[in-house]
Design a protein. Structure first.
Length: 349
């Protein structure tokens, strides 16, 4: 698609999953919420900050529901729609489910954006939903000061296949299915520093559906899953560690990155969300003393439509990794392990 005359990113104060509230702010807003679940059929709620809600039917079928929306991180309206839709559907896959339908969420400054551009956003979302095999069955729209688009998605799964972020076990290996660095690339776009080929690489990863999650959930050796989005690898890793009452030990040398991410981070192409993320959870993360700021930014970088973080039996990790790569995720890597101990994330260089 051709980039439109108006830059969508100029109409928004943030973009992609970098728009998410910082983890510390979210925790403050949710404090005092009911933590004791009075609904026995609600088997996944807000307790561990998981990717979607899960409701178990009497026959063992589970209804999985999620919603996700944000402001544009790219200027091409069709690509914006595709990225937002891929990101929203990911939550269903991260729970081990299969999506069945979506509802569109649309907020547009109607006095600033031409209708044909909005139609391209919606078309991008519909095309991704078609790839996932689901309809956009309705939605809701409002006149909004900044452009916003996303989906509410409903999926299904069997109770035995539901994978929470809170069931990692000491001794497990940890796999990441997509490269990191999306927020850094987004920041580079705003600074006109993204090199040739970088945009195509970013679109390729952010529009790659996490369909592999449904297949992984059929494997009993896979214990826990979540997707890596706005809180960065450290933030979502910490959610898994806290929910599982364990330590996630990550190997910096094993992490997959978009090929220009390290260089761009060293040049200052980082988002405000990266700093907010670190301020929110840095006290629960151990980094080597020689870790440079730009390296930390790689770890706190907010991912939009990021990969799945998978905790699985170490003895099966290589087989699972080969299966993931063979299913179309060539950047997937074993990036660490789960250890017993007080919940935290530690990074080894």
């Amino acid at each position: 698609m051709n980039v439109p005359q108006i830059r969508l990113t100029s109409l928004a104060h943030g973009g992609g999953c970098g728009c998410k509230l910082a983890p510390s702010v979210l925790q403050q807003l949710l404090s005092g919420q009911l933590t004791i679940n009075p609904y026995k059929q609600l088997i996944v709620g807000i307790e561990t900050g998981d990717d979607a809600a899960v409701w178990k039917q009497d026959d063992g079928t589970c209804i999985i529901a999620t919603t996700d929306f944000f402001m544009p991180m790219v200027d091409d309206p069709y690509d914006f729609g595709r990225i937002a839709a891929t990101n929203a559907i990911s939550d269903i896959y991260a729970m081990g489910g299969t999506p069945i339908m979506a509802l569109a969420i649309l907020g547009m400054p109607v006095d600033k954006i031409a209708p044909e551009l909005v139609r391209l956003i919606l078309q991008g979302g519909r095309d991704v939903c078609a790839l996932a095999g689901i309809p956009v069955a309705g939605g809701h729209s409002i006149d909004c000061p900044e452009p916003v688009y996303g989906l509410a998605v409903v999926g299904t799964g069997r109770a035995k296949n539901i994978r929470r972020n809170a069931d990692a076990k000491p001794g497990d290996a940890v796999i990441l299915t997509k490269p990191l660095g999306v927020g850094i690339y987004s920041a580079a776009i705003k600074k006109d520093k993204l090199p040739e080929g970088g945009y195509a690489d970013m679109i390729a990863t952010t529009t790659l559906l996490n369909k592999i999650g449904a297949k992984l959930a059929e494997n009993s050796s896979v214990h826990a899953m979540t997707d890596v989005t706005g809180f960065g690898l450290l933030g979502h890793g910490l959610e898994m560690a806290r929910g599982s009452n364990a330590i996630l030990a990550l190997d910096m040398k094993a992490l997959p990155f978009l090929k220009e991410a390290a260089r761009l981070a060293q040049e200052g192409c980082v988002t405000g969300a990266s700093n907010r993320n670190w301020a929110s959870y840095g006290t629960s993360v151990t980094l080597p003393a020689h870790c440079a700021d730009w390296q930390r930014h790689l770890l706190t970088d907010p991912q939009t439509s990021g990969g799945l973080l998978v905790s699985c039996e170490a003895a099966q990790a290589q087989n699972i990794l080969r299966m993931i790569q063979g299913e179309g995720y060539p950047s997937a890597r074993i990036i660490g392990r789960v250890e017993a101990g007080q919940p935290a994330v530690k990074v080894e260089f």
